[in-house]
Design a protein around this ligand. Structure first.
Ligand SMILES: [Zn+2]
Length: 279
C-alpha cells in the first residue's frame, strides 16, 4: 500500500503457536522507502523476502536496488528475512548498538529471550554494517533524510525513524496502543519513549509495526492512548503486593485480569515482560 510518494507499507501475516492448543494470528509491517535506491524499515518474519521482492517489482523497481535495511530492533518478526535479503542484494544493515548482539547472534537472543516459535520466525543471524545512535541522520539520496530516535522500553535498543522530507514517523514496536499484547522490557522507559515521540512536530503519518497507519490529528490521540494504557499496566502491577510478585507469569496473569484483557494475552511471550518487576 502506498502511503506517500516515497513510502509503501507491506502487511505481513504470520501465526504464533503460543501453546500446543492455541494459535494467535498476527501481522507485522515492513516499510519500503523508494528514492534513488531502496531502503527497508524492518523485514518481517522469515520467508518475507518473496512478498517484499514481488512488491518492489510491482512498483517498477528492482530488488537489487535495495541498499539499506534499517531495523527498529532485533526481535524475530523484524529481522526475520534480513539474512536472505542481505545475501541476495548485498545491502547494508543498520541497528542500534544495544540490539547488535541479538541480531548478529540469534542463538544468543533465543537463549536470553526464548519466544515460542522463534526459529520459525527468523532465518538466522545477520551481519551488521552500521551502528545507529540517537539523533543520527542518514542521507538516502534525493534529499531524503532519515533521522534516528532512540526509543527504548520495548527493548533496550529499539529505535524509531523520522523521514524528514515526508514528515513520517516509523515507530516499530515503541507505541503500544490500548488492548495490544503487553510486550516490553522496561515499562517506565516505554512511557518515556512515547512521550519523546509525541514531541515530534508536524508528523503527517505514524507508521507502526503492529498497527495500521495513523494520520494527522489521530497521531496525538494514539500517543495519549498509549501513555494511558502503559500507565494502567504500571498501576496494575503496583496494586499487587510486593510479597506476591514472585513469578513473572503470576504478575502477568493478574495484570491481564485487572485490565480485562483476553486471558490468551497471558502467555510465554508476555510473561517475559513482567520479569523486570522482580528486580
Ligand atoms: Zn518487538
Amino acid at each position: 500500500m502506498k502511503i506517500t510518494q516515497n513510502i509503501h507499507a507491506l502487511r505481513i501475516p504470520f501465526k504464533i503457536n503460543i501453546s500446543p492448543t492455541q494459535t494467535s494470528e498476527r501481522f507485522v509491517y515492513s516499510y519500503i522507502i523508494t528514492g534513488e535506491k531502496i531502503s527497508l524499515i524492518d523485514t518481517g518474519v522469515a520467508g518475507s523476502k518473496k512478498i517484499i521482492f514481488d512488491y518492489i517489482a510491482n512498483i517498477g523497481k528492482k530488488p537489487q536496488d535495495i541498499e539499506n535495511i534499517f531495523l527498529t530492533h532485533s526481535h524475530p518478526d523484524h529481522i526475520g528475512s534480513a539474512k536472505s535479503i542481505q545475501e541476495e542484494t548485498g545491502c547494508k544493515i543498520h541497528i542500534h548498538g544495544d540490539e547488535k548482539s541479538w541480531a548478529q547472534d540469534v542463538e544468543l537472543q533465543y537463549k536470553e529471550r526464548p519466544v515460542p516459535g522463534f526459529h520459525n520466525f527468523v532465518e538466522g543471524s545477520v551481519k551488521i554494517d552500521n551502528i545507529l545512535n540517537d539523533n543520527d541522520e542518514i542521507n538516502l539520496g534525493n534529499g531524503i533524510i532519515l533521522k534516528v530516535c532512540h526509543t527504548p522500553g520495548h527493548s533496550k535498543g529499539s529505535v524509531s525513524y523520522f523521514l524528514k522530507q515526508d514528515n513520517v514517523l516509523f515507530c516499530g514496536d515503541a507505541v503500544l496502543s490500548s488492548g495490544q499484547m503487553p510486550v516490553f522490557e522496561d515499562l517506565q522507559e516505554c512511557i518515556l519513549s512515547v512521550k519523546k515521540l509525541a514531541n515530534f512536530k508536524n508528523v503527517k503519518f505514524l507508521l507502526s509495526s503492529w498497527d495500521k497507519s495513523y494520520e494527522g490529528n489521530m497521531i496525538g490521540m494514539i500517543f495519549e492512548d498509549s501513555i494511558e494504557y502503559l500507565s494502567k499496566i504500571k498501576k496494575a502491577v503496583e496494586n499487587i503486593p510486593i510479597s506476591e510478585r514472585k513469578e513473572p507469569s503470576e504478575i502477568c496473569r493478574k495484570v491481564i485480569a485487572a485490565l480485562n484483557l483476553p486471558p490468551i494475552m497471558a502467555n510465554p511471550v508476555t510473561f517475559m515482560s513482567f520479569k523486570s518487576f522482580l528486580k
